[in-house]
Design a protein around this ligand. Sequence first.
Ligand code: DCP
Ligand code: MG
Ligand code: MN
Length: 314
Amino acid sequence: IRTSFSGGDFPMNEKICELLGVVQESCLMKKDQFRATGYQRAIARIRALRQDITTVDDVAVLTSGKGIGTKLERKIIEIVKTGRLLQAENVLENAEGTAVRQLCNVWGIGPVKALHLIAQGIKSVTQLRDAVRHDSQILDRNQKIGLRHYEDLLLRIPRRHVAELEKFVRMVVKSVDQSLDITVAGSYLRGKKDCGDVDILICGSSEQLRFGFVKVVKEMRKKGVLTDDLTIGQGKYFGIFRFPGRPHARVDLFAVPHEEYPFALLTYTGSAIFNRYVNSKVDPNCESVDGNCNRHPIFGDTNTCLLVAIYEGR
Ligand code: DCP
Ligand code: MG
Ligand code: MN
């Protein structure tokens, strides 16, 4: 099951909220309102934090006030130390596991939402489509877009389609501002034969990007290539594109000022496992999510292996 990558400011806080949310949903399904409320309180408090929880000391600060008991504290520590929560994994793997997995394949639906739908008797994408027809409120805007393009978004994008989009976006970018340029990062840059989405860095000076980035998105929309906007943030655009006769596919655009380029390139090229490995080296409190990547830093991708070698000074 895919866990969310927000690229947000507080990734550990989001991870904790998601995993506690899974357990909260399972309490609600068992009609255990009392325990559910405890989880809800903890989640609300974590969402209100203005900085990311990264160490066990941060957890102690969080739980020092009233309302978060030692059992919950231990669970938060488990997440901070291992990136996982066994109890949440058990919830997701039990009888409803297949339904959770299928619903999580809809872009925008995470495990918490999936469990919530299952509690309402919705256990497949077909049932979800029926349910939305009767009550469109059960999904948010992005989830409805994800559901509409469910089949297309399951497909991997062949490299040559990515290369076509690269050429097109570079053309648009150059027409907006000659001094801007693009790099396609993500799995494409790692040499994968097909990609889940297309990750495009748009690079230039901060001033030129301030106007240029928004203009590029507008131009792509005007040319009919972007069919749906998912999220538009400061220098970030997540959406769906389509070339005539091709399936819909996900595209991410990131505005990257020159001075940030090497770091952005590294982060957005990944892989995600490589990034966790690097983080675990940089931050000794982060024991890394996949316990095994500390011991076996071999990720199958030529570029990331090379980067690990450089990083370790080999
Ligand atoms: N990333 C990360 N942590 C995550 C997800 C992503 O650090 N949980 C970083 C590394 C990824 C990059 O962002 O390489 C792009 O994210 P994608 O989700 O687009 O992943 P990939 O491009 O690597 O693979 P895919 O072919 O599935 O798009
Ligand atoms: Mg990608
Ligand atoms: Mn992406």
